[in-house]
Design a protein around this ligand. Structure first.
Ligand SMILES: NC(=O)c1ccc[n+]([C@@H]2O[C@H](COP(=O)([O-])OP(=O)(O)OC[C@H]3O[C@@H](n4cnc5c(N)ncnc54)[C@H](OP(=O)(O)O)[C@@H]3O)[C@@H](O)[C@H]2O)c1
Length: 290
């Protein structure tokens, strides 16, 4: 099987590169320099030339705050480019595995995990454009698997894990919000689930699925665990409220994803967020020492 990964230099794309090393399928990794997904023609040419069976879209406009100012750029990548991928997939009979976000939710007060049927209600440009991308996939009628994830982190790129490692190493105190709860997702685990779905040939089970690690924590809990595992004991991680950090984007106060559907459909095992963090820590330290 030929699998085209787009946005492959990002956190998730890099993690899929690692996870796919053990498989016999032919993975083709591209980022914007090799394949700019805002060009439908470029996608069509590559997909036809390489006889692509599956497209895994890891490209996105992921800067939630900057998206508020750059609506057109966010819409181009999160919606228009996704429509390009979906319509090409539909034309050639390929499957599209597309990654979306918990930010399609957030406008309601909710305190139980979101399942896939929960009404969407994005509160910012990032969430709205990602939801429009999901709708473009459904409209295209291509064979698809949409996976909504949340709080993605890894040893690669820019993310909360790496920011907290750096801040708690250099500052005496770091304030982190304790009134937004969710579940972090170790990108290697999501990558493993995606590669498992492809390798076990379960691509016909189309639909929308939720994936994060298990358990629940606040950003404060997550930051505290990162500082503890790093032995950054000279830094106090202090809980604070979101009102102390005014932002143009209203972030969901509760955004835990219910993973029942993806677990029962694909037979995957999802580790707890703290165990996942320990694994990421190990991977990060191994990478540093190379
Ligand atoms: N990060 C999170 O916390 C989070 C949370 C929930 C859901 N998600 C979703 O998870 C997925 C993966 O996120 P991630 O954190 O791995 O993203 P990422 O690290 O920001 O990677 C995205 C990649 O896409 C590339 N790209 C940008 N424009 C492109 C274009 N026109 N054509 C092809 N590639 C392009 C980027 O290149 P440049 O760096 O050069 O722009 C980057 O390498 C996304 O769909 C995201 O919405 C992420």
């Amino acid at each position: 099987m030929n699998i085209l990964v787009t946005g492959a230099n990002g956190q998730l794309g890099t993690s899929i590169r690692n996870a796919a090393q053990q498989t016999l399928d032919n993975y083709i990794f591209t980022d914007v320099d090799e394949l700019d997904i805002t060009s439908r023609e470029a996608i069509c040419n590559m997909v036809k030339k390489l006889k692509v069976d599956v497209i895994v879209n890891c490209a996105a406009y992921t800067n939630v705050d900057a998206a508020e100012e750059n609506t057109d750029a966010a819409n181009l990548l999160n919606n228009v480019a996704v429509e390009n991928l979906a319509t090409v997939a539909s034309e050639v009979g390929a499957t599209l595995i597309h990654i979306s976000t918990d930010y399609v939710f957030g406008g309601d007060t909710h305190n139980t995990p979101y399942n896939e049927e929960h009404p969407t209600h994005p509160t910012g440009v990032y969430g709205r454009t990602k939801l429009a991308g999901e709708q473009a996939v459904l409209r295209s009628r291509c064979n698809h698997i949409i996976i909504r994830t949340a709080w993605l982190y890894s040893p690669y790129g820019k993310n909360f894990f790496k920011t907290m490692l750096s801040l708690t190493a250099t500052r005496p105190q770091v304030n982190v919000v304790c009134d937004q709860v969710g579940t972090p997702t170790y990108a290697a685990h999501l990558a493993g689930a995606i590669v498992h779905i492809i390798t076990s040939r379960q691509l016909h089970k189309q639909g929308t699925y939720h994936y994060s690690n298990q358990g629940v924590c606040s950003w404060y809990d997550f930051a505290h665990a990162i500082a503890s595992l790093a032995h950054h004991t000279q830094c106090t991680v202090q809980p604070c409220s979101s009102s102390q950090y005014p932002s143009r984007v209203v972030r969901p106060s509760y955004s835990v994803l219910d993973k029942t559907h993806i677990i029962s459909t694909f037979g995957i095992n999802i580790p707890h967020w703290y165990d996942a963090l320990c694994e990421c820590f190990h991977a990060h330290n191994t990478q540093e020492s190379i």
